[in-house]
Design a protein around this ligand. Structure first.
Ligand code: NAD
Length: 294
């Protein structure tokens, strides 16, 4: 199948690789030429705009930073809807505000384009392995139609409800991840200050009730002092912003999310916005003047 793919960053690039490996023809576009060149090097063809991708493909996947980027790529002058034929399917795999997914789906429907939101969890390692967790919203019939293609990039794909439900699920995921990294950082700072090796703490508790995928992925990064992204602080600010806005809209108070959001803002102001979100530990390191290291 010929698939259009727009947005070739940390996640998009390996996702394209897995579509190519599954035998699909992929036509890509990104505003950064270096990212396009990398995908072409892996076997994709390139287009010169999002409109040009849509002119050549009946299925288009977007993997962009946030709602404004997806709106510009889909609704803009040289965007997907300017080139799409009736019957085209748009799968937006970016993590954006659920409300934005609903607005985009409506605009797509007016042009005869069917859209689902299908954000992912698992980060770069699982994007590379093709084992992402995919959470989707929109018409079940469209989800079923693209299921095999989603499974070329993921280990699971769950239909969570109507359009926007994928992104609501992703916001829930992002709250749990952010609060978990903050809890791990806070706990490891306690042990470090008390003179107990954070690696010993990790080894002792990772198999118990406190253990988590987040703990397994992020503790080695923190204790190595390796904060290369991965998932950037600035992207997590974007997600928690979307979570707080959505929470306020639906009447769900998010007090812990608001607190971790302020930690992330503080790190952003310290110039760490492009670091991995495991750098939440650096907030505690600043407070105490102590590093959590091997
Ligand atoms: P990224 O910043 O590495 O990549 C985004 C890409 O979009 C870049 O290559 C950028 O040039 C491109 N882009 C931006 N505006 C564009 C436009 N107008 N036209 C064409 N291309 C454009 O981000 P990422 O880490 O790959 O994340 C992408 C999405 O996936 C985000 O919504 C993020 O929250 C989500 N996500 C990321 C991770 C992760 O670990 N990195 C995990 C799960 C979900």
């Amino acid at each position: 199948m010929r698939i259009g793919f727009i947005g070739l960053g940390i996640m998009g690039k390996p996702m394209v690789n897995n579509l190519l490996k599954a035998g699909h023809e992929v036509i890509v576009y990104d505003v950064i030429q270096e990212n396009v060149d990398a995908a072409v090097g892996a076997g994709a063809a390139s287009a010169n705009s999002s409109k040009n991708v849509a002119e050549q493909c009946n299925l288009i996947i977007t993997m962009l930073p946030n709602s404004p980027h997806v709106k510009s790529v889909v609704l803009g002058e040289n965007g997907v809807l300017a080139g799409a034929k009736e019957g085209t399917v748009l799968v937006d795999m970016s993590s954006i505000a659920p409300l934005a997914s609903q607005e985009l789906c409506k605009a797509c429907a007016e042009k005869g384009v069917r859209m689902i939101d299908a954000p992912v969890s698992g980060g770069e390692p699982k994007a590379v392995d093709g084992t992402l967790s995919i959470m989707a919203g929109g018409e079940k019939e469209v989800f079923d139609q693209v299921y095999d293609i989603l499974m070329a990039m993921g280990a699971s794909a769950v239909h969570c409800g109507d359009i926007g439900a994928g992104n609501t699920t992703k916001l829930a995921n992002q709250i749990i991840v952010a609060l978990n990294i903050a809890a791990v950082s806070e706990a490891l700072m306690l042990s470090t200050r008390a003179g107990v090796d954070p690696i010993k703490v990790f080894d002792a508790i990772k198999g118990g009730l406190a253990g988590s995928t987040v703990m397994n992925a992020k503790v080695p990064m923190i204790t190595d002092g390796n904060f290369n992204p991965g998932f950037k602080i600035d992207l997590h600010i974007k997600d928690l912003n979307n979570a707080l806005e959505t929470g306020h809209g639906v009447g769900a108070p998010l007090p812990f999310t608001a607190q971790v959001m302020e930690i992330l803002q503080n790190l952003h102001m310290d110039g760490l916005g492009q670091c991995d979100h495991s750098a939440i530990a650096k907030y505690y390191e600043k407070l105490t003047g102590t590093e959590i290291r091997k």
